[in-house]
Design a protein around this ligand. Structure first.
Ligand code: BGC
Length: 369
């Protein structure tokens, strides 16, 4: 599933990101989007066309950052941008996409709330001649999705699983370690992939007795957090603590992102217990502060600037009638087709490498001095 070619390709993307070539602000100087005005012969379209961007609820900071970057940088590249959030849920997102189709958007970029409920809308987009790009989250069970652009979700989970093990080993050299597992929202296609990536590391250690999931809740559907909501994770952690940890010590918690990590830590503190090793994802400001203060153990850097920049590069290629760059044509089977993907490389961050990891980030670098 994870070929050498793919590894080489994603490494090349990472190298671009490190040298700054993938930054969103660079798209303004590439000029390719703003030059054409009349569409191109081989399936391209006018350089000032409408591009729709449909984002989910603001369940983490990355979505909020993406909104601003898409507005600014699609505009700088010469396109008209229609960027919408669907805070009201799936129905609102379906309507927003339908309205982008009606307005004649040439490309529709979608961060799906529920990847399995957009079949009708993406088919309408295709029928109208638009290209559909799934952004960050895969769109499932339809052949009407053309491309996928995201950080490598399986790798995110692997990094989280490894960080959990390393963090616990640093505190207590040998097991058995008592842990609990949290997953994201089951309607988000990423949640299962993050969990599978983490379990590819943790399951063998559960099987050999190094790790003990004291609650016994090891299945994805037992670990999920509906809507990626902090209050749901906090409630579940409260319940787990009172049911399984009145005498046992809790050594670590697999948390799929930063918002949930902080909710888990709040629950543990409220129960008067020592903070265990807790993983995360997204490099949210409050979590980076928590990591620097020695509470949350790890997060993942998935720089939104690079993801938006890669997406805009795909839009620019389509505008010129070219095929966008993809580096993976195996991993993302959506139930109907394997969606060609452009996968970026996520980076694990702990207190030990935070300064280096955020060196190019004007906001986060201030927190690691
Ligand atoms: C994203 C994560 C984010 C989560 C909740 C996922 O689809 O990949 O980065 O933490 O949604 O917003």
């Amino acid at each position: 599933m994870r070929s050498l070619t793919k590894l080489m390709a994603v490494t090349a993307v990472a190298a671009l990101a490190v040298t700054g070539c993938g930054r969103a602000d660079d798209t303004s100087t590439s000029g390719s989007g703003s030059s054409a005005s009349g569409g191109s012969g081989s399936g391209g379209f006018a350089g000032d066309s409408l591009i729709g961007v449909s984002l989910p609820q603001k369940t983490s900071e990355n979505w909020v950052l993406a909104e601003q970057l898409f507005k600014d940088d699609l505009g700088k590249a010469g396109f008209k941008a229609d960027v919408q959030f669907a805070n009201g849920g799936v129905g609102e997102q379906q309507n927003q996409i339908q309205s982008m189709v009606t307005k004649g958007a040439k490309v529709i970029v979608i961060g799906a709330i529920d990847g399995a409920q957009l079949g009708t809308q993406v088919k309408a987009a295709k029928d109208a001649g638009a290209t559909v790009i799934a952004y960050d989250r895969l769109i499932k069970n339809t052949d009407a999705v053309d491309y996928y652009v995201a950080y490598d979700n399986f790798k995110v989970g692997v990094l989280q699983g490894n960080a959990l093990l390393e963090g616990m080993a640093a505190k207590k050299p040998s097991g058995p370690y008592n842990i609990e597992l949290f997953a994201g929202s089951p309607d988000d296609a990423n949640a299962q992939v993050f969990f599978d990536g983490a379990m590819s590391v943790l399951k063998p250690k559960i099987d050999d007795g190094t790790l003990k999931v004291t609650s016994g809740q090891t299945a994805f559907n037992q670990a999920v957090t509906q809507g990626w909501k902090a209050e749901n994770a906090q409630k579940r952690m409260d319940t787990l603590l009172s049911a399984s940890y009145s005498s046992a010590a809790l050594d670590g918690v697999l948390s799929p992102n930063d918002t949930l990590a902080r909710a888990i830590i709040t629950s543990v503190k409220a129960a008067g217990k020592p903070v265990p090793v807790v993983t995360g994802q997204d490099s949210e400001v409050e979590s980076v502060k928590s990591i620097m203060a020695g509470e949350q153990y790890s997060t993942i850097n998935k720089d939104t600037r690079n993801l938006v920049a890669e997406t805009i590069k795909m839009v620019q290629a389509l505008q010129k009638g070219e095929k966008p760059t993809v580096n993976d044509d195996k991993s993302y089977n959506n139930g109907v087709k394997v969606v060609p993907a452009n996968l970026l490389v996520p980076v694990i961050v702990t207190k030990a490498n935070a300064k280096e990891a955020y060196a190019n980030d004007p906001t986060l670098s201030k927190l690691t001095q």
